[in-house]
Design a protein. Structure first.
Length: 292
């Protein structure tokens, strides 16, 4: 028995194709659906392309705008950098000018300092010269309504006590008190020569050395009240020398310098008899004498 799939339509059957309802119902519909699907795909693709074009166009416009903004920003940055470089160049040049001015001022300051030092030395020499015949009697009690004659009498009593034969009232050019930080004002005696001044100071030192239990005090100048008040006789120093002498005495006490004295308005120290004499000329020099 032959299978129905191997059979073909007969001639009579071929003629019948297209007549009546013998044509398959889905044949034309399938072709239309296929055509529509193809057209729809083409239309979708065209729409997709248009959308992509719009997106790309929008993106390009945005990129172009951003590019212009970035370019403008870069331009501004470049200009700012140029301005900064210009400012740095100006500041650098100004700094060099200031440095030169500072160097010049430093040189001038050193010259001024050296010149001031010279002037101070000259002033010190002048003051020392003016005081070369003066002695200073310190810690002398005050008297009411005191006169120059009273002061002269006190000095005469002192010279008699220490047995200074060269001293006389005629040797005194001037005598007066000066203000000090202490309650008692010191007495300045200006003599006619440095020799008399030196002899009177030496006699006072000799007296104190020989009379350690009864050193010079107010009673030796004729005072009855406050007679035990100690007095001190020395040459009149300049303010600078007085300061150096004060510091030198402190050095002598704390660092075992055996000798500390003044001579003709200058200050000297000496460690002992075997060491050289050191003239003191500045506070910085005294500081260097302290051990480090």
């Amino acid at each position: 028995m032959e299978h129905s799939a191997s059979k073909s339509l007969s001639t009579s059957n071929i003629n019948l194709i297209g007549e009546g309802d013998t044509t398959p119902t889905g044949y034309v519909t399938n072709r239309i659906i296929k055509r529509k699907r193809s057209e729809d795909k083409s239309l979708d693709f065209e729409n997709f392309k248009e959308e992509m074009k719009e997106i790309i166009k929008s993106f390009m416009v945005k990129q172009e705008s951003e590019s212009k903004t970035v370019s403008s920003s870069i331009k501004d940055i470049r200009q700012t950098v140029i301005n900064i470089e210009s400012s740095l160049t100006f500041l650098s040049a100004q700094n060099e000018d200031l440095k030169k001015k500072l160097d010049t001022l430093e040189i001038e300051r050193r010259k001024d300092r050296d010149y001031i030092s010279i002037l101070e030395d000259r002033l010190e020499d002048s003051l020392r010269q003016n005081r070369k015949t003066c002695i200073e009697i310190k810690n002398v009690p005050n008297k009411e309504n005191e006169t120059k004659e009273d002061l002269l009498q006190l000095t005469s009593e002192l010279s008699k006590t220490v047995k200074c034969e060269d001293f006389s009232k005629n040797a005194v050019k001037d005598i007066y008190r000066i203000k000090t930080k202490e309650k008692s004002k010191n007495i300045i005696v200006e003599l006619t020569s440095t020799m008399i001044k030196t002899d009177l100071i030496a006699a006072c030192k000799s007296y104190n050395y020989k009379n350690k239990s009864d050193k010079l005090c107010a009673k030796h100048l004729g005072f009855k009240e406050k007679g035990e008040t100690p007095i001190y006789v020395s040459e009149q120093l300049t303010p600078k020398a007085a300061r150096l002498y004060f510091l030198a005495r402190d050095l002598s006490r704390t660092q075992s310098y055996k000798f500390c004295w003044t001579s003709f308005g200058k200050v000297f120290v000496r460690k002992d008899e075997k060491t050289p004499v050191i003239p003191i000329v500045s506070e910085a020099q005294i500081q260097k004498l302290y051990p480090k």
